[in-house]
Design a protein around this ligand. Structure first.
Ligand code: NAD
Ligand code: DAU
Length: 336
């Protein structure tokens, strides 16, 4: 039986991962440790919360006593580390918590994983560690790391630490580097949910710079199918890029959202650019496709419509976040 410590499982990708895995498999036990920061939301885990092979613990990955206790109590034999401060704009406003969670927190997990001799440690990384591309080319696993934001530098540091633990101690590490995700349960600070919700309220849609920065989009379930493949079959010590070959300039996505909601493009407002804004990301995922037989299943045109529909029919989910109700509930339930 795989007893997996999943960190950050109350966030966007982690919760989609847990729900997806537990819907499809009963040969794993998942222990979800999440600090429930502003981005963590236990509502996301409704489909999984009553399953006997699912356990939730509120906690910080930087707390080594708690992490050691969890390894020993649940006889953890593998780790998937989703937990992170994930929003680039926030990292520009204040970097400290990014280095705390993404670097120190990862180190605490690596140390525990070494002591408890896990069978696998999967570090969830990002294509942002490669930096920014010009008009052509794509990131491969051999592209040198060249992170530009406090967020991406903290993720690159974590990748290097994970690899150092592999080389020095033989820790069975694998790393995934995925492009921009979209789908249900994404916190409404990220481009796609923010634009959908603003458009629904006839609020301005703030587009940074000239709107021509390019991101390479993947539906969250395709990311999670890839995470499962790397977790099961990825070569120890390996890095796997994950992407769905779907590059789009931001302005095109914003217009697509407005059009599909029947709203006017006059809601678009070009605003001051993000400092150090990476121009273009594009992922070459041929390695995972050939080595692990993974391919994206979802086409952007269909999955973006599905995503917009999800935000339209799940107002209750994001309205509570926007009004700060969840935060108050968690503080009452769990303390600050
Ligand atoms: P998110 O911000 O939605 O969720 C992060 C989760 O981690 C939250 O539930 C939060 O409460 C938890 N967390 C934060 N600090 C913690 C700590 N110290 N201890 C325990 N839990 C903590 O993020 P996401 O978009 O779901 O991203 C998940 C992972 O995937 C991150 O590692 C991110 O770098 C990576 N990633 C994200 C994307 C994307 O497009 N969102 C793309 C590639 C990689
Ligand atoms: O590439 C993977 C990364 O994608 C992940 O590692 C990060 O965790 C995740 O947050 C995401 O980072 P980005 O910075 O690319 O995502 P964000 O949604 O913040 O922005 C996407 C693009 O849209 C980017 O070029 C900035 C732009 N943007 C964003 C916001 C929030 C705007 O123009 N206006 C906005 O209001």
């Amino acid at each position: 039986m795989k007893r997996i410590l999943v960190t950050g499982g109350a966030g966007f990708i982690g919760s989609n991962f847990i729900n997806y895995i537990l819907e499809n498999r009963d040969d794993v036990e998942i222990i979800n440790v999440d600090k429930l920061t502003y981005a963590g939301n236990l509502e996301n885990l409704k489909p999984s919360e009553d399953k006997s092979n699912y356990h939730f613990v509120r906690g910080d990955i930087c707390n080594h006593e708690l992490i050691d206790y969890l390894f020993s109590k649940y006889k953890i034999n593998s780790v998937i580390n989703f937990a992170a401060e994930s929003h680039v704009d926030r990292s520009i406003l204040g970097s400290e918590i990014f280095y705390q969670t993404n670097v120190i927190g990862t180190n605490v997990l690596l140390e525990a994983a070494k002591r408890f001799e896990v069978e696998r440690f999967l570090q969830i990384s990002t294509d942002e560690v490669y930096g920014s591309l010009g008009a052509t080319g794509r990131f491969t696993e051999h592209t040198p790391l060249s992170p530009n934001s406090p967020y991406s530098s903290s993720k690159a540091a974590a990748d290097m630490m994970a690899m150092a633990f592999h080389h020095t101690y033989g820790l069975p590490v694998v790393i995934t580097r995925c492009s921009n995700n979209y789908g249900p349960l994404q916190f409404p600070e990220k481009l796609i949910p923010l634009m959908i919700i603003n458009a629904m309220h006839d609020k301005k849609l703030p587009v940074y710079g000239d709107g021509m920065n390019v991101r390479d989009w993947i539906y969250v379930i395709d990311h999670n199918r890839a995470v499962e493949a790397v977790f099961e079959k990825g070569k120890i010590g390996g890095v796997y890029n994950i992407g769905a070959d779907q590059e789009m300039p931001n302005i095109e996505i914003v217009k697509l959202i407005l059009n599909s909601l029947g709203k006017s493009e006059s809601l678009i407002e070009y605003v001051k650019d993000r400092p150090g804004h990476d121009r273009r990301y594009a992922i070459d995922s041929s390695k995972i496709e050939t080595e692990l037989d993974w391919k994206p299943k979802y086409k952007f045109d269909e999955a973006i419509v599905k995503t917009i529909e999800w935000y339209k029919t799940n107002k209750n989910w994001w309205e509570k976040i926007i009004s700060g109700e969840y935060q108050k509930y968690y503080e009452k339930q769990y303390g600050k």
